[in-house]
Every structure is written in C-alpha cells, then in structure tokens.
Design a protein around this ligand. Structure first.
Ligand code: KG4
Ligand code: ZN
Length: 355
C-alpha cells in the first residue's frame, strides 16, 4: 500500500470508512476537511428482533451479504468512484469478532487492490468523535460518556486520539439493560426506543429502583445488573424464569419503563457531573446508541443550564452505530497513524442475545 495522499493534484482527499462492529453494516465517504459526502447504514434489527438481542453468528453472516452493496451505495451517494479514494478506514475494536472481521477483510482488500493506505479505528473514540463532527469545531479537552449496547464508560478526552479511561460499568451496559428490560416487559427490540416510548405515559417515581454507586463519590463506575433484577422482581417472583404467565396492564408497563429509565438516567447524569467536577473540565460529550434517549438528553440539558457546562450531543443518526463517525480517521492520518495488513480485530467485551 502506498503512503497518504497518492493524488497530489487533488486538493480534497476522500476516505471510505467502514463500520461493522456489531449489527449495523455501515459505510461513509468523508473528506479530509470533515465533510460527510454520504453515510449508509444497513440495520440488522429485523434479523435479531425475535432473539431480544444480537446473535453474533447471524450478525457476521448478514455483514457478509451487505458489505459490498453498502459500500457501492455510499460511493454512489457521494458521487465518488473507487479510483477517487485516497484511504480506507475501518473500525477494528471493540465489537463482535466475526462482525469486525468482515469489515476488516473488506477494508484490507480494497486498500491492497487500490494501493491506498489503511487506517484502523477505535469504535469508542469514534463515538465521541461523532460529537466533534456534529459540533463542527474543536470540543477537546472534554469528558466523554460512551453509552451504548456494549459499553458504558467515562473518559477524559484530551484530543480525538487521547482518551483516558475514568470508569465503566462493572456488569451490564446501559443499552443492554434497556434491551433486557424491554424483553421482560414484552416490548420490541431494540429496547431503548421501545422503553422510552412506553415510559412516556408512565410515572417515573412509582417504583424506586436502585441507583448503584450514585452516592459514592470515590468512583466513576456504573452497575445496571441490580437495577435489571429489581425490575424483574416487580414482574415475577425471585427464582421464576417464566414471564409468559404474567400479564401486566398498560399503566404498570409504562410506570416500570419510566421508573427504570429514570434510574439509568440518574446514574449516567450523576457520574458524568462528578467526572466533570473531578477533572475540572467544562465540556461533556455524550456518544453511543443510548445518547439517542430523549429523557437523557432532557436531563443533561437541564444540568448543563444549571451548572453552566457545554453539552455536546450528536444528532440521533450519529449516536447509534454509523460510519460517518469514522471521520476520526482523518485525525489519525494527520498523526501518521496508519495500519498495515497485520492489523487484527480486537473484540473486547460486547453484549449479545445470550449474555
Ligand atoms: O451504539 P449502538 O448503536 O451499538 C452499540 O455499539 O452497542 O447502541 C445500541 C444500543 C441498544 O442497546 C439500544 O437499545 C440503545 O442503544 N438505544 C437506546 C435508544 N436508542 C437506542 N437506549 C435508550 N433510549 C433510546 N432512545
Ligand atoms: Zn457503538
């Protein structure tokens, strides 16, 4: 593969970015001045719905079927040909191993055949970079909260590529808890949007669910498994696995959904405020699928007004998995951070239907 900027006559560089970390097959074309020329996301939600979560084997097979049509569409939408590309970027960590490999193989093949550089993206850094992309200005240094189906973590972000881990969930991710609680309430997958919708008519104070670690100012961690179990015990007796015999009335479902959501939001907001205070920073950027939650956005906006910090929330389309946030590759290229063909998938820990 050749070095960066193989077409010196062209004032604009075009990057193709790929994202296949979990269950969305996505491709985007971005320029080195951070213009997103196209962004295509093929969702697999319908395939995983009946399992109440992502089934890794189904996800990788679906990526194989979709990756080339999605790349074609992204190029067509951007009015860019393969021969116009100056680099290929791909998310290689964290995610489901089989899913990551599909994107990586596609990216490596294109980089070799077009003789252009390859950039390997960290999906979590990209989720925070979505805020930078949306803000269209520098947002660093900031506190970054990545809150998705696989992750709930706080970082001190000194630049797009320098993120220091401050705390994480010790068990379930927030989005995973939304998905599991939705399943207990017989609400459709993905759970986040359906719990949010059901909770709109609910009383968030009816059930006083636990807020783990919230009062402990010595740590910036989260725990949602106790909360999930507390919701479960409002529905079935401890020890019972049978939800099918339980019929909840509409108002109880709404109240459970609203009370659960309020507990998650309290924890996310409380720890983010603590992180801002401890780090002495004044900017908070929230990324990941759960950042699409209306109540979370409302509560963070209220706190930002009250405490006077700057709040960066990407639009919904940049919160859930997408390839436009792979524009972080532009920063990596500027820093000379290129990958070679030995770059591998680094899965890390991601939730699935069975966990
Ligand atoms: O970032 P993402 O698209 O994929 C991962 O990297 O995990 O996040 C997906 C997660 C799912 O758990 C989904 O239920 C949750 O984001 N989610 C939401 C909302 N929209 C998506 N959670 C709460 N409220 C929402 N509106
Ligand atoms: Zn994600």
């Amino acid at each position: 593969m050749s070095g960066p900027g193989r077409n010196p006559a062209s004032p604009t560089m075009h990057l193709l970015t790929l994202e296949t970390t979990c269950d969305e097959t996505a491709a985007a074309v971005v320029t080195d001045s951070l213009n997103v020329l196209s962004s295509v996301v093929a969702s697999q939600t319908a395939l995983h719905q009946r399992f109440g979560g992502v089934v890794p084997e189904i996800a990788s097979r679906a990526h194989v079927e979709r990756i080339l049509p999605v790349i074609d569409e992204a190029l067509r939408d951007a009015d860019v040909k393969l021969s116009d590309l100056d680099a290929i970027a791909v998310a290689h960590t964290p995610g489901l191993a089989g899913s990551l490999l599909v994107g990586l193989v596609a990216a490596k093949s294109l980089a070799v055949s077009l003789d252009i550089p390859l950039v390997a993206i960290d999906h979590l850094k990209a989720h925070i970079y979505a805020g930078r992309l949306a803000a269209k200005r520098d947002i660093y240094p900031c506190i970054g909260l990545v809150v998705s189906g696989g992750h709930t973590s706080l970082y001190r972000c000194d630049s797009p590529l320098e993120m220091t881990h401050l705390g994480s969930t010790i068990d379930d991710a927030a989005g995973e808890a939304f998905d599991k609680v939705a399943s207990m309430l017989s609400l459709p997958y993905p759970g986040g949007p359906s719990v949010q919708k059901a909770g709109e008519k609910g009383d968030p104070q009816r059930y006083r669910f636990p807020r783990s670690f919230l009062k402990d100012d010595s740590r910036l961690d989260f725990s949602f498994s106790g909360l999930k179990t507390a919701v479960r015990y409002e529905i079935v007796e401890p020890g019972s696995a049978d939800f099918s015999a339980v019929e909840l009335d509409e108002q109880t479902v709404a109240d459970l959904a609203a009370s659960f959501q309020e507990a998650v939001v309290d924890c996310l907001v409380g720890k983010s405020l603590l992180a801002l205070k401890q780090a002495g920073l004044n900017t908070l950027c929230v990324g990941g699928g759960v950042a699409a939650n209306g109540r979370l956005r409302e509560r963070f906006s209220e706190e930002a007004m009250k405490h006077g910090f700057e709040l960066i929330f990407p639009p919904m389309s940049l919160c859930t998995d997408n390839a436009a946030m792979g524009a972080i590759a532009v920063e990596q290229m500027k820093a000379g951070d290129f990958a070679d063909l030995s770059v591998d998938a680094r899965p890390g820990l991601v939730r699935t239907a069975s966990t």
